[in-house]
Design a protein around this ligand. Structure first.
Ligand SMILES: [Zn+2]
Length: 341
């Protein structure tokens, strides 16, 4: 993404409502720097201010609540992709409520991590299930709040947590799951596809494609802030990660010269187009190829870390600590490539 953007930044300003600041025709480097900073803040400041950014069509990006939240708003109500961290639910819901007088009817989780599912219970309770529309002849379902959809492994991991994963409250669990392939439905006059990406960031990843708005919510398969976090404990893998990035690249159609057209919303970071995903896919693939070649030479994990296969990308993608550091990416890639099938 280079010369795009007549940037429209919507700041959610408490009781004063949404203040829309339109900044037209900034030069490209300023834009990229500003968007980059916004992305890093989103990842780093867990209690950052909530921001609502129009993407295109019916789609809005909500940042600052943990992982990115994507909202489709229209006459029938709202679909929300991911729900941020639990402690930011109230602020996020207040910002989202300004996008439509109608309630949230569907919540879709891109994967199980708590910075994407933490608000599930609060969002579900704030939402509604319209009897007769998406529930047949069961008026009591109105009290259930919104429906929560996810790939089946998200429910399995929430309902039977292992290791360090904290148990999720029952009200946060997906109410409907799909096992493989894709789940499709139509809402606000738009076809929406939830497409499973096996063994990528986790084993329960979905990307969500809003077909008429031409926007893909990628979840944490795609980040603009750091290296990918391959969660091996929860079924992630480097090949699935690359496959998923390739799927997004294939789905996205640029308007001209690799820019605009389909917009892709990462799990953390700024609004992107196909070119951004191509760059990220290339980086992940190049690092994987280097590590693979060094494994074939007989190098150990420590030797590979010392040889710095990510060196030329560290300034751009290396997190200083936590998820997405160079070392954690190298280690996950190494383990993923050497684990017994
Ligand atoms: Zn995640």
């Amino acid at each position: 993404m280079r010369s795009r953007w007549t940037t429209v930044i919507a700041a959610a300003a408490g009781a004063a409502g949404l203040a829309f600041i339109a900044t037209a025709q900034q030069n490209a480097s300023q834009q990229n720097a500003a968007q980059q900073n916004a992305g890093q803040q989103n990842a780093g400041q867990r209690n950052a201010e909530i921001q609502v950014l129009p993407v295109q069509g019916n789609i809005y990006l909500v940042t600052g609540a943990g992982g990115n939240i994507v909202v489709q708003a229209g006459e029938q109500g709202m679909v929300v992709v991911d729900t941020g961290l639990q402690q930011n639910s109230a602020k996020a819901l207040a910002a989202i409520a300004k996008l439509s007088p109608k309630k949230i009817q569907y919540i879709i989780n891109t994967h199980v991590h708590p910075d994407h599912t933490g608000g599930n219970d609060a969002f579900r309770q704030a939402g509604t299930t319209i009897a007769g529309a998406n529930v047949t002849a069961n008026l009591t379902d109105v009290k259930l709040g919104a429906q929560i959809w996810a790939q089946d492994n998200v429910l399995l991991r929430m309902s039977a947590p292992t290791g360090s994963q904290s148990p999720s409250p029952f009200g946060a669990w997906p109410t409907e799951t799909y096992v493989s392939g894709r789940k499709q439905f139509s809402f606000n006059g738009e076809a929406i596809e939830i497409i499973h990406q096996p063994h990528a960031h986790t084993d329960g990843d979905s990307i969500v494609f809003f077909r008429r708005s031409d926007v893909i919510a990628a979840g944490d398969i795609f980040l603009t802030t750091t290296y990918p976090f391959i969660d091996l404990e929860r079924g992630g893998g480097i090949q699935g990660e690359i496959d998923a990035l390739n799927t997004i690249v294939e789905m996205a159609v640029p308007l001209r010269q690799e820019e605009d057209g389909t917009y892709i919303l990462p799990g953390h970071g700024r609004i992107c187009d196909r070119f951004d995903v191509v760059e990220y896919r290339d980086m992940v693939t190049i690092v994987r190829d280097r590590i693979q070649a060094w494994i074939k030479k007989g190098m150990t994990l420590d030797q590979i870390k010392a040889a710095r296969p990510t060196l030329d990308y560290d300034a751009r993608y290396g997190a200083k600590s936590g998820f997405g550091t160079a070392d954690s990416f190298i280690e996950a890639t190494y383990k993923s490539l050497t684990q017994k099938k």
